[in-house]
Design a protein around this ligand. Sequence first.
Ligand code: C2E
Ligand code: MG
Ligand code: MG
Length: 705
Amino acid sequence: MMRRFGTDLVLLTIDDEESVRSSIAAFFEDCGFSVMQACDGREGIGMIHAVRPDVVITDLRMPHMDGLEVVDEIKRIDGNLPVIVLSGTGVLADAVLALRRGAWDYLPKPVPDLVELELVVARCLERAHLLRENREHHCNLERLVDQRTSELRKLSAAVEQSANSVIITGVDGIIEYVNPKFSQTFGYTFDEAVGQTPRILKSGRQLDSYYAEMWNTIGSGREWQGEFCNKAKDGRLYWELCSIAPIKDETGKITSFVAIKEDITDRKRHEEQLYYQANFDVLTGLPNRFYFQKHLELQLELIDCQSQFLSLLVLDVDNLKSVNDIFGHGFGDLLLTEIAHRLELVCGAGCFVSRFVGDEFVVVLPLSSEADLAVFLGEKIRGALNEVFQIKGTEIVTTVSIGVVVYPEDGECVESLLKNAEAAMYQAKKIGKNMVSFYSSELNNQLEQRFLLESRLHKALERGEFSLQYQPQINRASGAIVGAEALLRWTPAGEAPVSPALFIPLLEESGMIVAVGEWVLRQACLQAVAWLKQGLPSLRMSVNISALQFMRSDLDLTVRRILHESGLDPHFLCLELTESMVMIDSDRTMAMLTTLTQTGLTLSLDDFGTGYSSLAYLGRLPINELKIDMSFVQRMLTTRNDAAVVNTIIAMGQGLDMELVAEGVETEEQFAYLAARDCAIIQGYYFSRPLAPDGFARFCWEWQG
Ligand code: C2E
Ligand code: MG
Ligand code: MG
């Protein structure tokens, strides 16, 4: 070992850790020093009084009297005695303080290399020597000390001015230091924060296990990094990326923790926004298709097929397209939002309600031991959506078609379940809308058939495959034939006729009904004129008008043009509309009905009783006739409710001064029941099935005959 110092030099090491003292002693004794050891400040000062050493190396953190007090005391005893402090990195601030209070130099602890300490000691001894001789050197020393101090100042300034929040806590988690950025972000001043724990920032948005994991990591001496959602003093939430490093002393014991927090609130907000956009429907705020997919996949993993059912409803608003056409898309959007809201209310918290594109919603029911939950809910939803909506002061009634599937019978994965639920929903639409329909594999075949049918239907008009049949309407009192209802028939070339119940919905859904309906109207008017020319008694011709035709703003013009072309007196034309078409209370509905009646024709409400007419509103409409729906007629003799409906409709019609037509009358008993209640016009198989034009003419001659 190198010997650089004379044997008369005395070094005092003050440290509460024996191992530190002895390694310093061994090293400097090798260098030629006499080394004294003290295990705390008090003992050290005692030794200085007894034997004045040439240099003192002291620890900062010690029991009884700490390093700072040692520095103070030495300065008081002998201003020229060099004292070097050793400080743990976690207590840099203490080191700065020690230098300010008069320590000559400092080294971090654990001392990385004793040779470095030796150099520091040599420097100090030299300075002490010069100092004793020369004031100037004393000044240099001060400058050097200042230099050291300023290094530390730089360090602490960096922390003070950091763009990140910095918190230093003790091992007990008590805050010892916060920087200005922290105070600025979280609203706690230095004094308010110190003495507290970082728990004051807890937002409650993170699990306790998350904090536990963090404490585990840093408690075992490792660095931890993670994201926190923290709460400022004023309640504002901040997201931060936080790194926490444990600071250890030379023995490896953790003395404190330094947390550096980067504010990532903006990034988080952006992430949340992206998450929202990816998972939710912006218009209604409901989960979207993507989220639905994840939810259903999870449910399929969770389900216990032995004891649980999982069902799914797909629902489609029947008349949204009409609403958009009439009132505009803004209005339609408001309606959708209301529907979404009502759906959530009806379904309750256990259900997962999502919106797919357009007017399609999908509800996943909670796993349940009850198989028929879906039917119950489907009906409940249907009922709720049939209640009036108030949108911008306008009353709207919606109907929905609902398709239901149950896992695993109706599909084994998300795609097949969805596809089949949609198929069931289309089925519900096809068989009359506003109903709940279950999936069956047979249904799938039907759907294929349907597509085939639809493609053939496209060419039916130009190929002349459509025809009309006419069903007589008889005045009950006089027994005279007073009218005919024109009913569309389709006979594809070389095949049997297709049922109207099959192809009319297809015409409506594809929009073809507008062109075909115009053809029907023209054909029926021409037929009525032809029969008059043949000398048949004057009949009123009833023509069914579909919703799509009614919604077109030029319906009145089309009707006028056809009346003009065919030369039919408008008094001999009756248009059959349905309740749902006219029950949308709008200026437009009223205006269209009024212009139509002004031409002199009659307006009739077909299938009356199946919709949700408000009596008050009905009374204001220029409608001349109600057609009691045949379902009531056919059940009125067996079911009391249906009899009551028929009685009510008749009373209502009479009260509102409307003509009453009963359709679907098949038996003498039905006829007698209606006759007794003074229903004016009867239509049905009881008198005649719908007939081709020739057959109808023959029927008239024979009837008169
Ligand atoms: P709707 O307007 O209510 O027509 C009455 C339906 O009841 C007709 O069925 C008719 O054949 C049937 N019917 C009449 N009397 C009886 C009876 O005593 N017993 C039974 N079981 N049924 C009877 P059709 O011809 O199959 O038409 C079904 C529906 O198709 C019509 O119902 C109507 O809504 C629609 N439709 C028919 N032709 C046209 C058309 O040219 N245009 C439009 N838009 N729809 C049409
Ligand atoms: Mg009709
Ligand atoms: Mg009808």
